[in-house]
Design a protein around this ligand. Sequence first.
Ligand SMILES: N[C@@H](CCC[C@H](N)C(=O)O)C(=O)O
Length: 289
Amino acid sequence: MSTRIAFLKGHGTENDFVIVPDPENALDLTPAAVAALCDRRAGIGGDGVLHVVRSAAHPEAAGMASRAEWFMDYRNGDGSVAEMCGNGVRVFARYLQHAGHVDGGDLAIATRAGVKTVHIAKDGDVTVGMGSARLPEGAVTVSVGERSWPARNVNMGNPHAVAFVDDLAHAGDLLAQPPFSPAAAYPDGVNIEFVVDRGPRHVALRVHERGAGETRSCGTGACAVAVAAARRDGTDPAVTGAPATYTVDVPGGRLVITERPDGEIEMTGPAVIVAEGEFEADWLENAAR
Ligand SMILES: N[C@@H](CCC[C@H](N)C(=O)O)C(=O)O
């Protein structure tokens, strides 16, 4: 019998992840292995993998080890690497609590987009200090079928294009990557959010995630949407001097995003562990061939 490898399954607003605890970074999680784990028919199924590694044991995170014991080595469902995952970091924190590595309250988690501060509240929600957004200049256009929309380029550590539309149905089938231009705006690909208004400082989105297709939620995407909406609505905290809070409905639930005048963004939402189990190392090796 081959070695058995522990995993958990979790989600944040139905953005779902296979969680692979690997404190000493001993597993060879190739892109093909990640894709096999995330396969919804032949694997465990998920939008991505949360590879849980001690920062000191990972070459990309060793420099953050003094500030954050754990590194979220995030992979998209197609096996590609991403800089950051907003829903993932909440679920990662929930896993650390579930496994007894941390109590509730405040902790820090290393990501490829830097160290993120996390607060696990007694009521169950998790709040993440997401850092600040970058807003690269330049017009961007996204298309679905015959329709095109101007989009705002927002970088939350990972790249986003935010398009305000009249009706989320106009976004059509988001399984395939919607075309965008100019290509040079996003040399490494992009996550695309389509957004409608629901009320004052209340919006709803659908998203095509780079490396995963249409998902039920995207935390960094919700932050990018709140930032774009604040610039559109004249509530940019850097201009008004007051925080701007947006409620962002996603197909899988609701996230609340606050941007402060200093640019810092906080995201609050649920994080749930739904199952835990084991898979055979041999299965993964064969599936990843
Ligand atoms: N679902 C995530 C984002 C995951 C990474 C993204 N697909 C990318 O490639 O940048 C979130 O909640 O932020």
